[in-house]
Design a protein around this ligand. Structure first.
Ligand code: KIV
Ligand code: ZN
Length: 503
């Protein structure tokens, strides 16, 4: 039978220790509410002894957030334990979390006490915490660099003293998966009373292995994983909650385990945490990155459109990421472009698609990515120019400080090319005058508007022109990454409309 892995979220404690990530009490409360919707098992809300503000934030969360166990961190001293208890006691399920080092490095250089003294301190702290609260977690800080026999002895002693959860941290991100998994299996084997507590791990990402180490521990029998949203945390961060949870979900059979996390809430939670902490999520971040479900190469796009399983091991809906994205770039083939056009409601004939794909590739060469608005503009442009009388072949402009703007425009009508030059008030005006001298039509410019069709730097310029010829008025529309070209296209398209109205 699959066993449950408890998800202990420490975004609001270890995550908030990320440099530059401090959160207000109100922000912490909002994140905690979202973590409850995500259905994590435990929220570590802060370190109450660290500041009165953090104490209040933990207390607010304990008072207002229902569902998960609410815990907070204490060193193995009475004052810290009292502060945690005061802060978490309003929760329906409070827990006190105590931390004390077990490695000789910490004993010698930080705590300046012998192993025996530290063991005694830990046991006393657990006994005291248990006199206040029925749920007490004990963390053996720097476990990955601790002497194994001493570590096992401490775990056994604190469980005998009443610890309900024992957490084994790789505080400095030193562990590697196979060795870490063996340590967890050995704890299960050699710590006499381990069945009386939940065995937990807490891995840091200094060598980029926090998720892998946490999962190796799960495979070896760990029952709780401590992690953070987006993997934020001290230095290089903690194991990322979304990666651990989705690995257990996607590879459930391998791990023989499941979590109770409501995975469609993952992306929303990630965005909230990123917005409040100011820590951006890399586009390529597993599970919640903007590119996690974006297919870019032509071969992958074709494959995923034929069958999603070809290139997707999980569905974007499962993590709340919206739809699979086909990122339209210069590598996208006709299949991908047609698919997106159909999603946007366009049905193009094979000939229309051929022409549009050619213009799409021209555009994609200039822009990194072609967006929906670009496609709308391309279709509108193509549909507006199918019955044209004049077609823009090329143009050149000369302008600058102290130079009279001038333009040379080449239009094609049927097989015939016409070229004229003109000067004007600006490069666009010069082009319009050159076009007028080709057509010979006495048109009046009634309106000229220029917009960016899309939001980014390499956006398409979209020009709209309204022209009057005698009693007829016609509008034209043109798009290009070059605003002068967009303007000339719009002008020529309006002239073609006027001419077709005349016919
Ligand atoms: O990294 C660590 O050891 C910790 C403990 C408090 C669990 O954050
Ligand atoms: Zn930590």
């Amino acid at each position: 039978m699959e066993r449950k892995v408890h998800i202990f979220d420490t975004t609001l404690r270890d995550g908030e220790q990320s440099p530059g990530a401090s959160l207000t009490g109100a922000e912490k409360l909002e994140i905690a509410r979202q973590l409850a919707r995500l259905n994590v098992d435990v929220i570590e809300a802060g370190f109450p002894a660290s500041s009165p503000g953090d104490f209040r934030a933990v207390q607010e969360i304990a008072r207002n957030v229902q569902g998960p166990t609410i815990t907070a961190l204490a060193r193995a001293v009475k004052a810290d334990i009292d502060a945690v208890w005061e802060a978490v006691r309003p929760a329906a399920r409070p827990r006190i979390h105590i931390v004390l080092g077990t490695s000789d490095i910490h004993a010698r250089n930080k705590l300046r006490r012998s192993r025996e003294e530290l063991l005694r301190m830990g046991v006393e702290a657990v006994r005291y915490a248990r006199s206040l609260c029925p749920d007490v977690e004990y963390s053996t800080e720097d476990a990955s660099r601790s002497d194994r026999r001493y570590l096992f002895q401490v775990l056994e002693a604190v469980i005998d003293a009443g610890a309900t959860v024992v957490n084994v941290p790789d505080t400095v991100g030193y562990a590697v998966p196979a060795q870490w998994g063996r340590l967890i299996a050995d704890i299960r084997r050699h710590v006499r009373n381990i069945d009386r507590a939940i065995l937990s791990v807490h891995c840091h990402n200094d060598l980029g292995m926090a998720t892998a180490n946490s999962l190796a521990a799960v495979r070896a029998g760990a029952q709780q994983v401590e992690c953070t949203i987006n993997g934020i945390g001290e230095r290089a961060g903690n194991a990322s909650l979304e990666e651990v949870v989705m690995a257990i979900k996607v590879r459930g059979r391998y791990y023989g385990a499941h979590t109770d996390v409501v995975t469609p809430e993952l992306c929303r939670t990630s965005t909230l945490v990123s917005r409040f902490t100011g820590l951006a999520v890399a586009r390529s971040k597993a599970v919640v990155g903007a590119n996690a479900f974006a297919h870019s190469s032509g071969i992958h796009q074709d494959g995923v459109l034929k069958h999603r399983d070809n290139y997707e091991i999980m569905r974007p809906e499962e993590v709340g990421a919206g739809e699979t994205q086909i990122v339209l770039t210069a590598r996208s083939g006709r299949h991908a472009v047609r698919h997106r056009l159909e999603q946007l409601g366009y049905r193009l004939t094979p000939a229309e698609l051929e022409r549009l794909h050619a213009r799409f590739l021209e555009l994609a060469d200039v822009k990194k990515q072609v967006f929906d608005d670009d496609l709308h503009a391309l279709v509108a442009d193509q549909r507006g120019t199918t019955n044209q009388t004049y077609h823009l072949e090329s143009f050149r402009v000369a302008c600058g400080t102290g130079v009279t703007p001038s333009a040379s425009v080449v239009l094609r009508s049927g097989e015939v090319l016409f070229e004229r030059s003109a000067a004007g008030d600006g490069p666009v005006d010069a082009c319009f005058r050159a076009v007028d001298s080709i057509t010979g039509l006495p048109v009046a410019l009634k309106e000229y508007r220029l917009n960016a069709a899309t939001a980014e730097k390499e956006a398409l310029g979209e020009a709209r022109v309204s022209l009057q010829l005698e009693d007829r008025t016609a509008a034209g529309h043109g798009v290009s990454t070059d605003v002068i070209e967009a303007s000339v296209r719009a002008y020529v398209s309006a002239i073609n409309r006027l001419l077709s109205m005349g016919k």
